[in-house]
Design a protein around this ligand. Sequence first.
Ligand code: URA
Length: 442
Amino acid sequence: MSSERPVRDGTVEPYDVVDLIAKKRFAEALDPGEIAWLIDAFTRGAVAPEQMSALLMAIVIQGMRREEIRDLTAAMIASGERMDFSGLGRPAIDKHSTGGVGDKITLPLVPLLASLGVAVPQLSGRGLGHTGGTLDKLESIPGWRAALSNAEMEDMLREIGGVICAAGSGLAPADRAMYALRDVTGTVASVPLIASSIMSKKIAEGADGLVLDVKFGSGAFLPALEDARELATTMVRLGADSGLRTVALLTDMEAPLGRAVGNANEVRESVEVLAGGGPADVIELTLALAREMLDLAGFDVDPGPALSDGRAMDAWRRMIAAQDGDPDAPLPVARETETVRATATGIVQRVDARAVGVAAWRLGAGRAKPGDPVDHAAGVEVLVKPGDRVRAGDPLFIAACDVAGRMERGMEALSGAVEIGGAAPAPRPLVADRVYAPPSRS
Ligand code: URA
């Protein structure tokens, strides 16, 4: 007997998220249909944040198989738009760093490649925690604006070759929402989650090639070299599986890169590099990444001369001006500085990148939560490198900040950041290895 009541419309979900959480908890693989539904349902609000958080924690603990990571990445790409740079008349090659302390390499690298005829679309983010964000650094240049329309971005790529701007909300929005949860639920440090998060955005960007700078050492998200290698291999394979030629360099982040850690001071150091000077490690890594990018672009050219003869500097000035920045304007300088001095005589064994990153953050260079303002003048000047000889009383760091009360906590973080010993430490190469997999389809 049929009821008189009309049947109501409603969405019947094909899966129950609690079943998926249980599957992953017991280390079973999720199938492609389950993963595609999960990401779509989370994006439209049919899976609650607390359910997604439980599943993310199960993934952190149990991991994911290669096919699951590929399906997760594809589902995150499908949550948003895809860009296309095929009409630029130049090869579009992208770069991504997994994040480090004093890592300002994007700033000299993008204009360097642009000056050599490569298009580099750098959709960047802001810093959170102890690693800095490229947009925060550039915003210390008076007038410079991070937000560009797609048309403005394409004009810059066509006319100058390089652009560094904010990623719009249309690229992989599922990743944006998942990352916000991961950040507050202790679920960031996971190879499948980091790899799918980074690669979904990079594949959606639609460049012709991608060079990854995967960091290891105390200042990196994954400090152990073997974890960084697994992350690099996973990302390179994800690129290859989707037809994006991807190369990764495994690079040392045990000590901060260069001398400047902060925002305005990192821009100043980058300009030094573009003027043909600057610290040796910043130049070495800029050139190593540039060579990989040129190789993917099919250009047989040495990038060194363009960095020292002013061509890269010209491209930088054009890039800054195109985004309303004044490349000649003075950058902010902090009102208060204090010096940390060596307490012993000997040889510097270690400069702890994480401690320096935390100090710069506490001094005001970073933010504790999304949306907080950053203090562009705050930061740390690192005066020593491992292997340097110091005498008790020599300066090791200069801490700088603008807000009363921040200095003490910043100085506290710096107090044990340098280890001094008797013998020279074993040298550590900046580029430890290279990971590449040929594309499995094009
Ligand atoms: N950067 C990202 O974009 N995602 C991560 O998960 C970690 C670093």
